[in-house]
Design a protein around this ligand. Structure first.
Ligand SMILES: Nc1nc2c(c(=O)[nH]1)N[C@H]1C(S)=C(S)[C@@H](COP(=O)(O)O)O[C@H]1N2
Ligand SMILES: [Mo]
Length: 260
């Protein structure tokens, strides 16, 4: 890649990197540091925004925006997440949500339908028996939560990319946006590149059994290349869209790329 020099009036390069690092979630921060934590990495994709910023404050406002770009640049989202043997599975696997388990959605599988919206040829809703008929695979991967824990589990379901193909999704759209059954709402956008990643899964089973309520019955999206909050449970709809619609944690400042 071409070497460029950057002139940012009023901004101390080292402070800029330091402040940028502070805004990153722990996992990204560790990776960013391991990846060299250079101003070059930080500025390359932000180009003029960074160079033209005349104050550190303005600069830092763009940091959370370009954390996405930086991570996309440094970490290859197409790389496979590590898989593990059954003996490595964490027992019991933790439940986590922004509420207690008693308050988790109690979805009636007989009534539930997955709604499909947006840039797709076939907007038909899918019942659970219809989805269960799709080819499924099992993956044992690590789930990493920003709250500082990780656990290895076994998830079975249909690769998201197969389903996107089946419904005639426009895979040049930017996002697949998921909405969940949680009482106060939970949603999350997934960048299309990650939605098409071979390990991104529409998950129907945990440890070989129908997904229990705790882990997102009837369907969760398992994304082993992303942090836990980018793995929506109790999913009720998915929308293929070019609009960034935000998400439960994303709107509270968590970076939307959030790779693991
Ligand atoms: N619908 C919904 N999905 C969600 C959450 C939530 O609160 N509601 N929490 C997220 C977070 S932060 C984590 S770590 C994982 C936890 O999944 P688990 O309960 O299967 O461990 O679910 C993610 N998906
Ligand atoms: Mo999490």
């Amino acid at each position: 890649m071409a070497k460029r020099s950057f002139l940012i009036p009023g901004v101390d390069k080292r402070l800029l990197i330091k402040d940028s690092i502070k805004t990153m979630p722990d996992v990204s921060r560790r990776r960013f540091i391991a990846g060299g934590a250079s101003l070059g990495a930080l500025t390359l994709l932000t180009g003029c925004d960074v160079i033209d910023s005349s104050s550190a404050e303005e600069m830092l406002k763009t940091v959370s925006k370009f954390n996405d770009a930086v991570q996309d640049f440094i970490f290859n989202p197409d790389a496979l997440a590590p898989t593990f043997p059954e003996s490595a599975i964490t027992k019991p696997f933790p439940f986590n949500a922004y509420y207690d388990l008693d308050d988790a959605p109690d979805v009636d599988g007989a009534d539930w339908k997955l709604e499909v919206r947006g840039l797709v040829d076939n907007k038909k809703s899918w019942t659970l028996p219809e989805l269960y008929k799709l080819p499924q695979v099992t993956q044992i991967t690590r789930h990493i939560c920003v709250e500082g824990w990780s656990a290895i589990g076994s998830w079975t379901g249909t690769p998201m990319r197969d389903f996107l193909k089946l419904i005639g999704a426009n895979t040049r759209a930017k996002y697949v946006w998921f909405q969940c059954a949680d009482k106060d709402g939970y949603n999350s956008p997934l960048d299309m590149r990650t939605a098409l990643h071979p390990q991104t899964q529409m998950t129907f089973k945990y440890a070989g059994e129908i997904l229990p309520r705790a882990y997102g019955f009837p369907m969760k999206i398992r994304v082993p290349t992303k942090l836990g909050f980018k793995n929506p449970k109790y999913v009720v709809s998915m929308e293929v869209t070019n609009d960034y619609k935000g998400g439960y944690w994303e709107d509270q400042g968590y970076n939307s790329f959030s790779g693991s």
